[in-house]
Design a binder for this molecule. Structure first.
Ligand code: HEC
Ligand code: HEC
Length: 486
């Protein structure tokens, strides 16, 4: 079939034979063989250039796949707008702080300063003497959280954003977009007095035209609308494949492309079994194959101790009336104040009291991602824990070893954590498994494969060239013989 097609094409280029081409013919009949030889050569050239084109396309596809993740062209306009806002250090008052100052890509969109993480764990705001009271969780993989609601079946509050759910999403409809507005106008973060000041900054930015391209001409003139749209753009970026990329070793394992080591497999089994981590940090794909988010967005008090180095304890009474007696009551505190903060609905004590001391289950994706092995990360709402080993040991032994007392001792969970009976080898296996959740593994694998791809391409080109040269030699030799030279 292919031979016939090539031969037909040959007609267009002036070949004189319509007979099938093959080494047999060349061998048996010298007269035809000169014509066939001509045909073969052009055909060979065609085959060769076809092969070359194919290889080039193949190679560029491979390379673009590798580049794809970090390629800005792969972001949609609204995601690109969100990215511009996320990294813009002019968005604070005074300027100098962006979202990325506390949520940097190299640490999985958490705090990028090892020294801070190793101690108080709370970052200062654009005004460097002002501190909030919690550490920065990851800004990635948060987009799956629904609006905060009470799940009757589970008997658990679910959804919302922040450790206490206060970016509930009730007004704007999307908790992630709701959340993005808060730091911009919070005194101990980016410190803009009002939304109008934020919108003014966008107006004079170099992406103001992109804003109008995405949201329509004049969209920056309506302050309330523009402030919501800005939140939505940031949320779109946080949901994009650049921030939430699902490229960990575990994702590759779930796709059947990578094996886990024996230790990691043991860790996964314990995570889903004896250690019960999976009850809150969901690790299995969803009903339609959605990759797991390692959180069910519910709230628990696991008894994490206070972090004595938290700089919030030293803040003035304007920000912290309780001084060093400050206690982080989490979700319960928000529900108690929800009337004034979001909905015009005040919750009675029977609703908020059972929630005092509870914090939202964080995702475990990128929990170990760090720029180098010496880089310190902190864990838990106040950053009390400084390593994965330590926090797993806490879950395992809270009730049987001498740990500092819980920050809040009411509503403490003992059903899932506190005394798991894990050996130290089992603790290590769980840590090893959590290390498979760092993004970048899949593109790393592709990069490792680059030399192999290049070698394969060169080898195919070489082999084809050698084959063509050999064939020509053979034919020349044949032709020479048929006219009586050889
Ligand atoms: C000064 C440091 C700082 C800056 C700047 C900052 N954040 Fe945060 N971020 C935090 C802290 C601390 C929390 C947790 C606060 C809490 O739970 O009360 C947080 C929480 C979040 C969360 C919630 C994640 C979850 O699962 O609940 C997201 C998303 C987020 N920030 C995105 C952003 C965006 C977008 C910006 C810029 C507009 C930003 N942050 C600016 C420190 C910061
Ligand atoms: C009952 C639900 C629940 C179970 C079971 C559970 N966790 Fe958690 N986990 C949470 C909550 C809630 C937090 C945040 C608590 C806080 O900050 O006060 C958390 C925090 C963490 C953190 C800190 C993450 C960060 O970025 O700060 C790690 C790591 C972690 N859990 C791992 C595990 C492991 C490993 C197990 C099993 C041994 C486990 N968890 C079992 C609910 C749970």
């Amino acid at each position: 079939m292919v031979g016939e097609k090539l031969l037909e094409d040959q007609g267009k280029y002036g070949a004189t034979t319509t007979q099938a081409v093959g080494p047999e013919g060349a061998k048996t009949d010298g007269t035809i063989s000169i014509q066939i030889e001509g045909v073969s050569r052009t055909t060979m050239k065609k085959v060769f250039s076809f092969l070359l084109c194919f290889l080039l396309v193949f190679a560029s596809l491979q390379l673009s796949q590798i580049q794809g993740e970090s390629d800005e062209n792969s972001l949609t306009p609204v995601e690109l707008l969100g990215k511009s806002l996320f990294f813009d250090t002019n968005m604070s008052t005074p300027s100098g702080q962006s979202c990325a100052s506390c949520h940097a890509p190299e640490t999985g969109f958490t705090g990028p300063e090892s020294d801070i993480n190793a101690h108080g764990a709370v970052y200062h705001g654009a005004v460097v003497t002002l501190f909030g009271n919690r550490h920065a969780p990851t800004a990635a993989y948060a987009g799956g959280s629904p609006q905060l609601y009470y799940n009757e079946t589970k008997g658990l509050w679910t959804g919302g954003m922040f450790f206490d759910g206060r970016a509930a999403g009730w007004t704007i409809g999307d908790p992630l977009a709701d959340q993005a507005q808060w730091p911009l106008v919070t005194a101990f973060e980016m410190n803009n007095p009002f939304p109008v000041d934020v919108v003014q900054k966008v107006k004079i930015s170099n992406y103001a035209s992109l804003f109008e391209e995405v949201w329509g001409n004049g969209s920056l003139n309506d302050v309330g609308g523009a402030f919501d749209k800005l939140g939505k753009a940031i949320a779109a970026y946080e949901r994009s494949t650049e921030v939430s990329s699902y490229t960990s070793k575990y994702d590759s394992f779930l796709a059947g492309k990578t094996q886990l080591t024996d230790l990691e497999v043991l860790g996964l089994k314990l995570f889903q079994g004896k250690a019960k981590c999976d009850s809150c940090h969901l690790s299995q794909p969803g009903p339609s194959g959605e990759p797991p988010l390692f959180t069910d967005f519910t709230y628990w008090n696991l008894g994490f101790p206070k972090n004595p180095e938290n700089p919030f304890y030293n803040m003035s009474s304007k920000f912290n009336p309780d001084g060093e007696n400050f206690i982080d009551y989490g979700l319960g505190n928000f529900l108690k104040n929800a009337g004034i903060m979001a909905r015009n609905e005040s919750y009675p004590p029977e609703v908020y009291e059972p929630e005092l001391g509870k914090h939202k289950v964080p995702t475990l994706r990128n929990v170990d991602l760090r720029p180098n092995p010496e880089f310190a990360k902190s864990y838990g709402h106040n950053g009390y824990f400084k390593s994965l080993e330590e926090i797993v040991n806490f879950f395992n032994t809270r009730d049987v070893r001498d740990w500092p007392k819980p920050e809040v001792s009411v509503n403490l969970d003992s059903l899932f954590v506190g005394n798991l009976g894990l050996t130290s080898d089992e603790e290590s296996a769980i840590v090893a498994f959590m290390k498979t959740l760092s993004d970048g593994y899949i593109s790393e694998q592709l990069l490792i494969a680059v030399p192999e791809i290049v070698i394969a391409i060169v080898a195919v080109i070489l082999a084809t060239s050698v084959a063509i040269i050999a064939l020509r030699k053979y034919k020349n030799h044949n032709r020479a013989r048929s006219i009586g030279v050889g």
